[in-house]
Ligand binder design. Sequence first.
Ligand SMILES: CCC1=C(C)/C(=C/C2=NC(=C\c3[nH]c(/C=C4\NC(=O)[C@H](C)[C@H]4CC)c(C)c3CCC(=O)O)/C(CCC(=O)O)=C2C)NC1=O
Length: 169
Amino acid sequence: MRDAVTNLIQNYDIAGRYFDRNAIDSLKSYFESGTSRVKAAAMINSNAAAIVKQAGLALFDELPELIRPGGNAYTTRRYAACLRDMDYYLRYASYALVAGSMDVLDERVLQGLRETYNSLGVPIGPTVRGIQIMKDIAKEQVAEAGISDTSFVDEPFDYMTRELSEKDI
Ligand SMILES: CCC1=C(C)/C(=C/C2=NC(=C\c3[nH]c(/C=C4\NC(=O)[C@H](C)[C@H]4CC)c(C)c3CCC(=O)O)/C(CCC(=O)O)=C2C)NC1=O
């Protein structure tokens, strides 16, 4: 599992090179955004249960067929599994935010996930929608915590969305 710094070190070490201007610039931007990243993660941690709950309600409100007979989140067990999955996405997004790298998502979340979902009939489109709803809620709360540029919050959520959707074809 790597973060923005170890990623960079690995790349430059492979080439046997000192950090150049690009590397220094990306290190600078990582450290400059560090406080915001940690603040965002702290905000997500302390509101995780509420974020998941709110996002779940919004998702089922938007796509009620999911929780009707025949829907993948129908029955208490599957409803709970769905919210638990949302909670995984949120928690790992908070790790990736702090790391400044999506590596943890590849390694711990996305590997083999599509195959699992396909074999259980868990629909990808609505899952992606759930992730996007959580992103919007998290961004709102990060903004309320006084962080003016919340664009960095998009990255892990959009990454999971992209990776889950991409190979759908
Ligand atoms: C930390 C990394 C990690 C992830 C991501 C993960 C996902 C994950 N979700 C699962 C199931 C599931 N996932 C869902 C999710 C949903 N159904 C819907 O209709 C919605 C669209 C969606 C919620 C947004 C459901 C309903 C199941 C249970 C399916 C079943 O057993 O029939 C399963 C099968 C095993 C189980 O039920 O625990 C896995 C492995 N597990 C992990 O360890």
